[in-house]
Design a protein. Structure first.
Length: 434
C-alpha cells in the first residue's frame, strides 16, 4: 500500500454530535492506526469518542448552533493550534456543507476536495435530490412539494396514505422546534398541519410516496471519489437491523455486491463530478427497482464495512492519500471478498431485543446465520483501544437509569408510569425512515 504523508494531520469536524457517534470513532482509529495525527472538533473530550488513544486532541464546540462566521474563526484558531495544513474531513451534513462553503477562506490551512461550493448542499437537500434524480433518470419515490396547507392535503390523497414527509434541509432543524427530519403521515389532516409548521422547520416540506420496508429492502453505498467523479474505493451493503426497528440508525450491516446500487451511485457521482466521500441510501420496491432516498456528502457510520481486506484502505484513508498527492492503491472489489459486517453494540442489542419480543419476528435475510459471525467488526470495542467502549457503556447505562428513575418518580401511585414528556392531543406520526 502507498505510504501516507504522516506530516499532514487530519481534522475531523462534526457540528451536530449525538452522544454515541461510532462513525467518528471509526475514522479516528483508522487514521490513527495509519500513523496520522488526528484532531477533532465536536463533542467533549470527556465523551466516549474523546477517550480514544488514537485521538491527538479534541476541540470542543461552543454551545448552541455555530454560524458560518464564528465557525470560520474557530477553524482558523484550530489551524493555529495544529501548526501546519491539515486534511479536513466533515462527519455530518452540516459540517460538510459549511466546509465546502468556507473552502476559499480556509485555503492554505486545510486540504479539501476541489468541487463547486454548493454541491454538498445540493446533494443533502431532499428537494434538490428529487430534482437531480429526475434529471439523471434515477429511481426515486414520487414526491410532491406543496405550496400551501391545502396542497399538502391534496398531495397526501394523490400519493396514498400513509406517506413519508420530509423537511428538505433537516440540518436546519433545532431541538426547540420539536420536529423530526422524517415523519410517517397517516391522514390528510396530518399533512395539512405539518405544512403549517414550515416556518418553524426552516425549510420546505416534501411529501413522498412510501415504499414498504422489509427483509432485503434497505441498501446503501459508501465510496470515495477523486477528480471527475472517479471512484477510488467503494461498494454496496445491506442493512440487516436498525434501531429503532426499520426506522433508525443501522445497528448491523453487511457488505454485499449489488450491481444496481453500485451503478446508480457511480452514475450520480460521475455526472456531478463529485469529489470526496459519499454515502447513499436506497430502498428496493416491489418491482425490484432501487430508489435513491438519501445522499450524505461525508463518511457515514457504516464506512468501515468497505475496508479493503488486504491493504486496510477505507474511504477516510483514501481521501487523505488523494488530497496529499499520494497514489491510492487499487482496492479489491466487493465480489469475492470475505464477508464483513459492522455491529454497533448498543443499538444492535436494543434492536435484537425488540425483534425477539415482536409478535412476528422479521424474516432473516439470506446469509445472516451464525456460521458467518467470524467476519463481524464491532463499532465500539477494539482490543487496542478499549476506553471508548467502556465509556460508551457507562454513559449508555447511566442514561437508561436516569430515564427509568424519572419514570418511576412521575408514576401515579399504583398506576402506570406517565410518559416522560407531554404528548400532543393528535400526534403527527412516528419517525419513519424515508
Amino acid at each position: 500500500m502507498s505510504s501516507f504523508d504522516t506530516d499532514v494531520p487530519v481534522l475531523l469536524l462534526r457540528l451536530d454530535p449525538p452522544p454515541f457517534h461510532h462513525g467518528a470513532l471509526g475514522a479516528i482509529r483508522s487514521l490513527g492506526r495509519a500513523g496520522i495525527e488526528v484532531h477533532a472538533v465536536g463533542e467533549s473530550a470527556r465523551g466516549p469518542v474523546g477517550r480514544s488513544r488514537y485521538l491527538h486532541r479534541m476541540y470542543e464546540l461552543p454551545a448552541g448552533p455555530v454560524a458560518p462566521a464564528p465557525l470560520l474563526d474557530l477553524l482558523r484558531t484550530v489551524s493555529e493550534g495544529i501548526g501546519r495544513p491539515a486534511v479536513l474531513i466533515p462527519l455530518d451534513d452540516r459540517g460538510a456543507i459549511a466546509a465546502a462553503r468556507l473552502a476559499g477562506p480556509l485555503l492554505g490551512r486545510y486540504l479539501l476536495p476541489a468541487q463547486p461550493a454548493d454541491l454538498p448542499e445540493r446533494l443533502a437537500d431532499k428537494a434538490e435530490l428529487a430534482r437531480l434524480c429526475r434529471e439523471l433518470d434515477l429511481p426515486h419515490p414520487a414526491t410532491a412539494l406543496p405550496a400551501s396547507a391545502q396542497q399538502a392535503a391534496d398531495a397526501a390523497g394523490e400519493l396514498g396514505l400513509p406517506l413519508v414527509a420530509k423537511w428538505s434541509r433537516p440540518w436546519l432543524l433545532t431541538p426547540s422546534a420539536g420536529l423530526r427530519g422524517t415523519t410517517l403521515v397517516r391522514t390528510r389532516d396530518d399533512a395539512r398541519r405539518l405544512y403549517e409548521l414550515t416556518e418553524r422547520a426552516g425549510s420546505a416540506l416534501l411529501l413522498q410516496r412510501r415504499l414498504a420496508g422489509g427483509p432485503d429492502t434497505d441498501w446503501f453505498f459508501h465510496g470515495c471519489f477523486t477528480r471527475g467523479g472517479a471512484c477510488l474505493i467503494g461498494g454496496s451493503g445491506r442493512e440487516e437491523r436498525a434501531w429503532p426497528l426499520r426506522t433508525g440508525l443501522t445497528a448491523v450491516g453487511r457488505r454485499l455486491p449489488n450491481p444496481q446500487v453500485e451503478r446508480a451511485a457511480l452514475r450520480l457521482a460521475g455526472q456531478l463530478g463529485y469529489r470526496g466521500i459519499l454515502g447513499l441510501d436506497f430502498r428496493r420496491d416491489a418491482h425490484g427497482r432501487y430508489h435513491l432516498l438519501d445522499v450524505n456528502p461525508r463518511p457515514g457510520d457504516r464506512f468501515r464495512l468497505f475496508t479493503d481486506p488486504s491493504s486496510g484502505l477505507d474511504v477516510v484513508r483514501a481521501l487523505h492519500l488523494d488530497l496529499t498527492g499520494r497514489t491510492v492503491p487499487l482496492a479489491r472489489s466487493a465480489p469475492g471478498r470475505p464477508f464483513r459486517a459492522e455491529n454497533a453494540e448498543n443499538y444492535a442489542l436494543l434492536s435484537a431485543l425488540a425483534a425477539a419480543c415482536a409478535e412476528r419476528p422479521a424474516a432473516r435475510p439470506p446469509g445472516t446465520g451464525r456460521a458467518r459471525r467470524q467476519g463481524v467488526e464491532r463499532a465500539w470495542f477494539a482490543a487496542d483501544d478499549p476506553l471508548p467502549f467502556l465509556a460508551m457503556t457507562g454513559s449508555w447505562l447511566r442514561s437508561g437509569l436516569r430515564k427509568g428513575a424519572y419514570r418511576m418518580r412521575t408514576a401515579p401511585p399504583g398506576g402506570t408510569p406517565l410518559p416522560a414528556r407531554p404528548l400532543p392531543a393528535r400526534p403527527l406520526g412516528v419517525s419513519q425512515r424515508p
